[in-house]
Design a protein around this ligand. Structure first.
Ligand SMILES: Nc1ncnc2c1ncn2[C@@H]1O[C@H](COP(=O)(O)OP(=O)(O)OP(=O)(O)O)[C@@H](O)[C@H]1O
Ligand SMILES: Nc1ncnc2c1ncn2[C@@H]1O[C@H](COP(=O)(O)OP(=O)(O)OP(=O)(O)O)[C@@H](O)[C@H]1O
Ligand SMILES: [Mg+2]
Ligand SMILES: [Mg+2]
Lengths: 228, 228
């Protein structure tokens, strides 16, 4: 369970001050299936970074399972991020000098999982995103944009994290590939994983159970999905 | 006018051979407004790179205004690319150590256009994509994904190129921002620029005059847009 209390995030670049989050209050319960929508620049990625413990608020509090995140050591934070959170970045963040196998297995390497088991789980994760074994020896730049996106998703789910945070996971995918990805998120959620998807695509949002609308750094509403 | 004759593109990565294009025949006339759709991995970016003279076919011919591209010197190619083609990359390809002003003005710097004029045209291009002056001193990583995408588009149009090639220009944009971008492409096309958009979004494709469908490296159809 994640609790955000009056979270604000201010970025300063020289003269330019940007208020990315203006007091966000949010509770996400274990096993929820949530999407976050809102205009470009409204703070969605910043919000997801807060929930995913990738960044700290300028003010306000983030609690994970009741623990104040600002009081956790960086070691504890790294442990939670590796074990409990699978993050799909908006810009993929694949490691260009690693091949696809090495990219996807990374969370498992960090945990000390032996090679044979890693390969088995990488193939499983790749299958779940509609990927192909032929991608494994390639480097990220040797894949198409949508293939890279699916590799990023595979990396996020390979460790079976408690919570999956996906920042625009289908922006580079055709309708059919997007469907495969969303069906995987839905199945993982049914199996108990908390799933939060930032998306611009109403069809994706409508597959989740609740849609938060972010506008100019605040949550302005929570909508029911339209299942038509 | 661009003519592709039996264009094939084969990538080899160690053992893995990928046929990205299997004999594409295509003619694009000056002033056309075209979109290209197809599954992830079907060869759309590879095709756009051929049209944009960013890559050479493994076999087959590309003619630009009747001239065989394989016979052009790299100097002539660079000249055409800078003067006549504006390219929006699927992964933006913004220069991370340049600020946004420096990123957008780059095609104009290459042409030797004086500073005052450059700034004027950068502001114009930024406005046309729904961007904001406050972005100019920032670095790309200090912008949201959709803001970076719009900067990439601004850079492609700032030089008023004869042909705009946009590889998934709205994947990171909410509906309203996407609308602004597509309306700009439509206006530029009305003013005479050839516009080719690769997109997964039917709403974007339906704003163009012709939709080519690419599947597994070949063009399998050309559809009329559905204006409803
Ligand atoms: N590192 C940073 N430094 C300065 N400003 C930033 C930084 N990151 C984000 N911003 C600004 O904060 C605001 C929110 O950014 P954020 O990435 O959260 O938006 P977003 O809703 O994810 O947008 P998009 O839909 O385009 O991805 C934007 O105006 C952006 O320019
Ligand atoms: N540099 C490369 N080296 C090896 N294979 C490549 C390279 N670039 C692309 N490919 C392969 O060629 C095929 C076509 O790639 P391309 O990027 O053109 O697809 P696309 O239609 O743009 O896909 P998407 O919609 O996912 O962006 C893919 O199977 C991809 O893996
Ligand atoms: Mg974002
Ligand atoms: Mg592509």
């Amino acid at each position: 369970i994640i609790r955000l209390v009056d979270v604000r995030k201010v970025y300063r670049v020289g003269e330019v001050k940007t208020i990315a989050l203006r007091g966000v209050n949010l509770v996400v319960y274990r096993g929820e299936y949530i999407s976050i929508m809102g205009p470009s620049g409204s703070g969605k990625s910043t919000l997801l970074n807060m929930i995913g413990l990738l960044d700290r608020p300028t003010s306000g509090k983030v609690y994970i399972d009741g623990r104040d995140v600002s009081k956790l050591s960086s070691k504890e934070l790294a442990h939670i991020r590796n074990r409990e959170i699978g993050f799909v970045f908006q810009t993929f963040n694949l490691i260009s000098r690693f091949n696809i196998l090495e990219n996807i297995e990374l969370p498992l390497v960090v945990r000390g999982i032996p090679r044979k088991k890693r390969i088995k789980r990488v193939l499983e994760a790749l299958r779940m995103v509609g990927g192909d074994e032929s991608w494994l020896p390639k480097k990220p730049t040797q894949l198409s944009g949508g293939q890279q996106q699916r590799v990023a998703i595979a990396r996020a789910i390979v460790g079976e994290p408690e919570m999956i945070l996906a920042d625009e996971p289908t922006g580079n995918l055709d309708r059919a590939s997007a469907k495969v990805v969303v069906e995987t998120f839905t199945r993982l959620n049914k199996e108990g994983q908390t799933v939060i998807i930032v998306t611009h695509d109403p069809e994706v949002a409508n597959c989740t159970d609740k849609i938060y609308i972010l506008r100019d750094g605040v949550i302005v509403g929570a909508e029911e999905p339209n299942r038509d």
